[in-house]
Design a protein around this ligand. Structure first.
Ligand SMILES: *Cc1c(COP(=O)(O)O)cnc(C)c1O
Length: 199
């Protein structure tokens, strides 16, 4: 069942790097509750009920028409992109299973926004991959309790995040990556792992 459909509501980001991305910022809330729908519609438009009448202190969060048009054209392609992401992730998973611990697939419907692995030598692995022309990113390097905004929480409130934050690494994943590119990335990881054994 698609996410966002088994609760009262769901929130989606259409940030350009997302599985369904706009050309700029955008997002949506979905709900099957008319009262929530009314409230969210109002909040995104400054909390207005009528022109210049603000029932709530809302925000300016209207999705502009241009972004909506792009998203509407892209939406029908999403299942195809998801299938492609899953196929590439399966390839990574098969190839890398014995080496850099791809995170477990807990749900057969996983849409692979990212492909995250763990390495206790992340910095060296990143440097090695960068030297082979392969960009990697870290999602995310700073656990929430370490953010100034969430200073009231402690690291033990997010024990797993605290433990893995120094090890996680996102390998390239995008529906337009080719099988050959994923194979080249896996080979580069293998080379790093072999170098480690020899070192
Ligand atoms: C999703 C995402 C954002 C934006 O998220 P919003 O919920 O749309 O604000 C920003 N940066 C990265 C790397 C993201 O993946």
């Amino acid at each position: 069942m698609p996410v966002g459909t088994y609760s009262a509501g769901g929130a989606f980001s259409f940030y350009p790097t997302k599985n369904l991305g706009a050309l700029g910022d955008g997002g949506a809330v979905i709900t099957n509750d008319p009262a929530i729908a009314d409230r969210v519609r109002r909040l995104r438009n400054g909390g207005q009920t009528d022109r210049y009448v603000h029932a709530d202190a809302g925000v300016n969060s209207r999705l502009d028409d241009l972004q909506a048009a792009v998203l509407r054209a892209r939406l029908p392609l999403l299942p195809h992109w998801t299938a492609r992401r899953r196929a590439l992730a399966a390839k990574y998973r098969r190839w890398l299973a014995g080496s850099i611990h791809p995170l477990k697939e807990r749900d057969g419907g996983h849409v692979y926004h990212l492909f995250v692995v763990r390495s206790s030598e992340r910095a060296a692995l990143r440097t090695h991959l960068r030297a082979s022309g392969i960009e990697t990113l870290i999602h995310y390097p700073v656990p929430l309790p370490d953010q100034p905004a969430f200073a009231s929480f402690t690291r033990s409130d997010c024990a797993v995040a605290a433990r893995v934050a120094a090890e996680i690494l996102s390998l390239p994943l995008h529906p337009r990556l080719t099988d050959a590119q994923v194979e080249r990335i896996c080979s580069a990881v293998d080379l790093f792992q072999k170098g480690k054994i020899l070192a």
